[in-house]
Ligand binder design. Sequence first.
Ligand code: HEM
Length: 134
Amino acid sequence: MDTHPTPDTPPYALLGGEAAVRRLIDRFYDLMDEAPEYYVIRKLHPQDLAGSREKLFMFLSGWLGGPPLYVEKHGHPMLRARHLPFSIGTAERDAWIACMTQAMEDCGVEPGLRSFLLKSLSGTADWMRNRKEA
Ligand code: HEM
């Protein structure tokens, strides 16, 4: 199968649609919850991750070219503003990307698609940094 996204086959479709995106988000938060190397970001989240799972699922659905669920429910994401209550530096950025990388590997996301998505997500994660560091 051609794994290069086009307007007719956005990443959402290439990944396998709603069920696959849910699986990916569930794996992402399960890893965050369990693996000590992600505690640096786990500790910023609420004890119950159900709401976080739902919000990231809805956001990524639209971001990947599927139904824009987050925007329909919450309006403009204003992601940077919504992350300002949390102290995010390079350690948190790198942990988020490492956790997503592992989740994609575990879910068997095809390597070409994986690096395409991670490149773009890395830009977003970097933009979320709000802590001044030396
Ligand atoms: C850079 C490291 C990041 C950290 C440490 C981080 C952490 C957090 C935390 C603690 C929350 C609040 C959870 C909750 O309300 O249940 C949150 C919310 C959210 N994050 Fe992140 N995040 C990061 C990067 C990203 C990236 C790259 C994306 C998108 C690709 C993203 C998308 C979201 C969304 C959609 C929400 C829900 C916003 C809302 O409606 O309140 N985050 N994040």
